[in-house]
Design a binder for this molecule. Sequence first.
Ligand code: C2O
Ligand code: CU
Ligand code: CU
Length: 552
Amino acid sequence: MKRKDFLKITGTASTLMGLGGISWLVDAQTNSAVAGTVNRQEKIIEGAFTNPLYIIPDFDLKTEKEFKASPVKKEIIPNGKADVFGYHPEGLLGKSIVVNRGDNIDLHFTNETPIPTNVHWHGCIIPPDMDGFPSLKIKQGESYQYQFKLDQRAGTYWIHPHPDMLTGIGVAKGLAAFVIVEDDEEKSLKLPSGEHESRLVIQDKRLDKQGQLLYAPTDVETMTGYFGNYVLVNGTAHPYHTVKAGWHRFRLLNGSNARIYNLSLGGKTFYIIGSDGGLLTKPSEQKELLVAPGERVDILVDFTNDADKEYFIQNELFSGDDDQGKEIFKIMKVKVSKDAGYQYTLPQTLSVINKIPVPQATKTRTLDISNAKMDAMYAQMMAQEKKNMKMKKGKMKDMNGMEGMSGMEGMNMSNMNEGTTQQMGDNSSMQMGRTWNGMKMEHTINDIPYNDKVVNLTISRGTTEIWEFDNSKGDESHPMHVHGVQFQVVSRIGGRNALQPSEMGFKDTVLCMAGEKVSVIMKFETIPGKYILHCHNLEHEDSGMMWCYELV
Ligand code: C2O
Ligand code: CU
Ligand code: CU
């Protein structure tokens, strides 16, 4: 079923079914009246941009051997304190883990929060038992040793929770941190660093009037993703950041649950130098840049002649998603100081990337990401509603609207009788009715939602495959992410119909907007075991848009 049809039926049938219940996951304070009433199209609340940007400190791997996920009270907006989680005592986010290629990580992790968690090293190619597999749920008071070698291209990676059905709330509550890998190739470029580099994690959060953080997706928000009314950078609402004149490097991470940003500097030119899996082959001059949840981009900006000027990192309009891209808003003020400029010459070439030859792929798999499903109970209620509506005059129009969706999933509504539960007319997992957050919706890949007992794909180690993420019939955007590998984007057909500048290097997350079929190629070389692929819209992920692949 398409999102549009779902919205149609929730619109017509919601009163009868009593939709929009508040989640059991939400603690008492967030369970406020506001939770259900924030509209998905609610405006971003802008401010004066007078709060200094929080500069995330680095983890000292020599002396610090532990990290924790802890509940913390934190004032995000002046109205009051929010109950958040953090990997460090200040709350929200965590220290950046900065390593050289080939370094060992050896960290003892403890969960102090009431929500089961684990640590996923997004973009890192590490053993499966280290990578936050969804069935690993580290409960409050429990620990886990994260111990592995990080040997891959220099780049901006990150950690966040990944337990099945609990990724969205963990990230929304504040659990996310940078993992930076450096290597000789990148060091030889002498890119702007230190005070000439900023690491920015951009996340929208929903806060109520008392400053409390909310996370309670309704059914509709399970379809669209959960959006916030404040956009934080490094956990700071309405931030400003002072940079020196001269060149500056911004490492950007979209750590939002569902929001895509079309970032700009208000028309000023910038140069994309890297993406998820590190440096591109050469810089790409741009004025706007679409960044989906989970994606990272590395850009350079020349502020040489900008002493005393101000710019805004802001969101521009974009198309390709029914719910997003309709609003322009500011995200962070960049003040350029009048200090002596930092001399730098933009390199012509950055890195060597060998294209994986398409004929090397021994398999092409098509993964249909166009559809979502209703569970059996919900479908039955729909059938009941349909009957009720038949009895009412003047409702035929609505009913016809609903008619349009029956059969879309091979689900024959006319076969359904009151009192029968299953038998949806197909033999799919619909009958199992994955219920996330009390929702009646599930997101799927090839019509199959995540099931932690199922291996969806088996792949031989050492082989190269092409995966086509087929959203050609869909009307939602899906940033598709694969664990245990960095891929290359081969083609995009439909929608934007072209590769994007930020897709010319290695990627682990690729945005598939409505109408697009995006092909990626990758070689599976890492340790055998079970890995995950999923949509990085975290409400989609939690409601089933995730598969397991096993490397054998
Ligand atoms: Cu950032 Cu599987 O996720
Ligand atoms: Cu990941
Ligand atoms: Cu999705």
